[in-house]
Unconditional design. Structure first.
Length: 374
């Protein structure tokens, strides 16, 4: 979209000055995100302008309500703990016409950019991972006690892994898919075999069944805690805030731990094509776990603690199934880069490599959880 049009959209939100610069930030798989600069008498302020994908998030008002509830709860809790709340979480801007959900026509919204922060797709720095662990842990700690059933289930069964398996099976068994994309079925053969191996499918319900029987509590979970959703201070690399709250919903804490481990445990991109570059490092698992448990040890039940390594496996399993399903369905869900052939399959294969290595290191991971959690 042209800058002029984007500036017009940005001006529909209550901020002072005039927009002078705008850049596309190219990292999310669902929404379209821009960084926009407003200037007033040599003062510059940066904001995040975002187009929300309503195919994925059809109920945007409820989504915005969830964010409002969760962010005000976090700010109140942090205030009680005498923390500076200016950078602790996201803050949406109101629209000039006071739309009750802070969205303007065609599903655009704007939020403050938290100054002097950066993100990482992956990192080699153990201290950054320790900080990431503290960040996800702090989010959980502040929201401990939030009545999870007050949140709207934005994407039903989002981390209900048996459902993700069903969606994969539907994509595999879909006659139309087989007819139009026969080549994709051939290319994805090994990935399909790996993911539908009974060794793995039999574990798909291992978390949801315990939520069902209430052996583990239903909490408010972020559900998309990948490393790139954590802001770090540019100068100190201290974690600042966990962003992208679109999928805050009721869930198991193992989801938030697991999704962060999936992306933090390797020093490669989610779509790394050279599988020999993917190395699941237990030292990175340790660094994240240490930070996470420092913040959450006192709120976790024994069952939740024991479930954390499984959460890491489950989130990786789930993402690979989703990538393969989307590949077979013709890339209708995740944004794909046209310069990367078979992008969703590339992502899935990288995730499968991570699963393979995690399965070998399950006991080591369990040992770390004991070390820092007991
Ligand atoms: C999507 O949009 P983004 O990049 O924050 C997806 C997550 C996946 C992730 C994989 C609503 O997140 O669930 O884990 O891609 N979000 C949604 O990178 O489906
Ligand atoms: Mg997201």
């Amino acid at each position: 979209m042209e800058n002029k049009k984007l500036f017009e959209l940005a001006k529909k939100f209550k901020v002072s000055g005039e927009p002078t610069d705008i850049k596309l930030i190219d990292s999310g798989h669902i929404n379209k995100t821009y960084k926009v600069i407003f200037e007033e008498e040599n003062k510059k302020e940066t904001y995040i302008l975002q187009y929300v994908n309503t195919n994925v998030f059809p109920n945007l008002p409820e989504l915005m309500n969830n964010i409002k509830k969760v962010t005000s709860y976090i700010k109140n809790k942090a205030t009680e703990c005498n923390e500076d709340i200016s950078r602790i979480t996201i803050t949406m801007k109101d629209t000039v016409d006071d739309n009750p959900y802070a969205i303007c026509e065609n599903n655009w919204r704007m939020e403050d950019f938290i100054d002097n922060t950066t993100t990482y797709l992956f990192t080699e720095d153990l201290n950054i991972l320790y900080e990431a662990g503290k960040s996800v842990g702090t989010f959980q700690r502040y929201l401990d006690g939030f009545p999870a059933d007050e949140l709207y289930e934005i994407i039903p069964k989002f981390h209900y892994t048996p459902n993700r398996l069903n969606q994969l099976m539907d994509a595999i068994n879909n006659e139309e898919n087989k007819k139009i994309r026969q080549d994709r079925f051939e290319k994805a053969k090994e990935a399909i075999e790996f993911l539908t191996d009974v060794k793995r499918t039999s574990k798909a319900g291992a978390i949801t069944s315990k939520l069902g029987t209430k052996e583990v509590p239903l909490r408010v979970t972020h559900n998309d805690t990948k490393l790139s959703n954590i802001l770090f201070d540019k100068n100190t690399d201290k974690a600042v805030a966990l962003i992208d709250l679109d999928t805050v919903m009721p869930g198991a804490i193992a989801y938030d731990f697991g999704e962060a481990i999936r992306t933090g445990i390797v020093t490669s991109k989610e779509d790394e094509q050279d599988l020999s570059k993917i190395y699941v490092d237990i030292n990175r698992f340790e660094a994240f776990t240490k930070g996470f448990l420092e913040k959450t040890k006192s709120i976790l039940t024994k069952e939740e603690l024991e479930m954390l390594p499984l959460g890491a496996w489950m989130m990786t399993y789930e993402n690979s199934m989703r990538f393969v399903a989307d590949y077979l369905n013709g890339d209708t869900y995740f944004h794909v880069d046209e310069n990367i052939p078979d992008h969703n399959l590339v992502r899935a294969k990288a995730q499968i490599e991570i699963i393979r290595q995690m399965e070998e290191k399950q006991e080591e991971m369990e040992g770390m959880i004991k070390k820092y959690g007991l």
